[in-house]
Design a protein around this ligand. Structure first.
Ligand code: NAD
Length: 393
């Protein structure tokens, strides 16, 4: 079968499995080329199958020599035309490369919000992972969560207080279109905080601590986003921003809970990057093509996370803000750069956005790479369905 790109709006409906394998390898090679660093050794990543979570896994494993466990929600191959999600293949190929390098790489596929998943992971840490972890990365992006009482919550990408109108990019039709995003209802804001806030992060830490599987000096991180003022109406000031604010309260409680083991919970405010989750945020894609065009330090998720880990989280160059959040996003938010980005954003139109005025091509390529298409170094776009069935998570 030939892997061919199918999309619906800004969501990819198909993947190229061996392109994904090459992309994972390219990211591993990137980390190896930076050299090794003294970092975590036993890592659990919630949401470890793509973008920021996968980058955290690759940097920990191939930069610091860590054994890793990833929990993710992905689908495997069902039929020749439904061969599963990119994250499914990221998990498999990461595990293969890590095992070749002599590292443990365990994948759990299922609902990270559930008690059953937490219990399974804890039992695995106790029986097969050496008994302790020293880093927990919480990198979930989800539209839905069933809470411990069985109630289903939905997250929203809507602004708060008023409707917002702006221009967005449709990657399927390759057009800019005007979009009005309606103000979230109070229920939608509440749901977003339930899904994308820190409640489940706290629960994970509580259970891991009770089970005695947290090492002394344990660290845990959660990725947040703030972004420049021009994006605040639909992100930082919106429902998702409210959820991210709430994670800061969770971090305070977690820090109290892990004080006795000299643990530390940190919110890392990460930069805007091209991911499955970010390309569906209203209006953000147009900001990204302006940002990418003008910044001198363009970073993909692996570049950003690897720098953050080796120089900040496990290095001595961390910068924190007044709320104690780690700020590797400082390059993105540099005021002179942002002034230029805002000016360019206003010059980008439906007619010119694909020209050299902006970085649409880079944005699109990064999006395709997430699904194994147009990956540098990949020569295989054919697969045998039966071969895919033999790949085990
Ligand atoms: P992503 O969509 O690429 O990855 C999300 C991960 O969550 C995947 O591994 C997916 O399988 C997993 N997941 C979703 N629901 C799950 C469930 N119920 N159980 C288990 N796993 C589940 O997202 P991303 O862009 O890498 O975002 C990760 C985090 O980083 C998010 O919290 C996001 O807000 C934050 N962040 C992203 C950006 C950005 O520009 N993309 C910037 C700053 C911060």
């Amino acid at each position: 079968m030939k892997a061919s790109l199918q999309m619906k709006g800004n969501v990819a409906r198909s993947v190229n499995p061996y392109g994904i394998r090459q992309e994972v390898l390219n990211e591993i090679d990137y980390v190896k080329a930076q050299g090794s660093y003294e970092g975590p050794k036993k890592v659990l990543i919630i949401g470890g199958s793509s973008s920021y979570g996968l980058s955290s896994r690759i940097s920990s494993a191939f930069g610091a020599g860590a054994d890793t466990i990833a929990v993710s929600f992905e689908r495997g191959p069902k039929t020749e035309t439904n061969i599963g999600t990119a994250g499914w293949y990221n998990n498999i190929f990461f595990r293969e490369f890590a095992e070749e390098a002599g590292l443990i790489a365990k994948n759990f596929v299922g609902d990270a919000f559930s008690l059953a998943m937490k219990q399974q992971v804890i039992a695995y840490i106790q029986k097969e992972f050496g008994g302790k972890i020293d880093l927990l990365v919480y990198s979930l992006a989800s539209g839905v969560r069933v809470d411990p009482m069985g109630k289903k919550w939905f997250s929203s990408l809507n602004p708060i207080g008023q409707d917002v109108t702006g221009e967005n990019i449709n990657l399927e039709t390759e057009e800019i279109f005007e979009q009005t995003v309606h103000a979230a209802t109070p229920e939608e804001v509440e749901g977003t905080v339930k899904v994308m806030g820190g409640e489940d992060w706290e629960w994970w830490v509580n259970l891991l601590k009770e089970a005695g599987v947290l090492a002394d000096n344990f660290k845990t991180v959660l990725y947040s986003y703030i972004g420049p003022k021009m994006t605040h109406a639909f992100y930082h000031g919106g429902a998702l921003g409210r959820a991210k604010d709430q994670t800061e309260e969770s971090a305070v409680r977690i820090n109290e809970n892990i004080q006795d083991i000299a643990g530390k919970a940190t919110i890392i405010v990460a930069r805007a990057v091209t991911t499955k989750a970010s390309v569906v945020i209203p209006i953000l894609p147009k900001y990204l093509i302006a940002l990418y065009k003008l910044e001198e330090n363009h970073e993909t998720p692996i570049m950003h996370i690897d720098r953050t880990y080796r120089t900040m989280l496990y290095g001595d160059q961390a910068n924190y803000d007044e709320k104690g959040r780690m700020r590797p996003d400082s390059f993105e938010l540099e005021p002179a750069l942002q002034a230029k980005v805002e000016a360019l954003f206003n010059e980008i139109t439906a007619e010119n956005f694909k020209t050299d005025i902006a970085a649409y091509d880079l944005f699109r390529t990064e999006f395709l790479n997430l699904n194994g298409f147009e990956v540098e170094g990949n020569t295989i776009d054919e697969f045998e369905f039966d071969d895919l069935l033999t790949l085990k998570p």
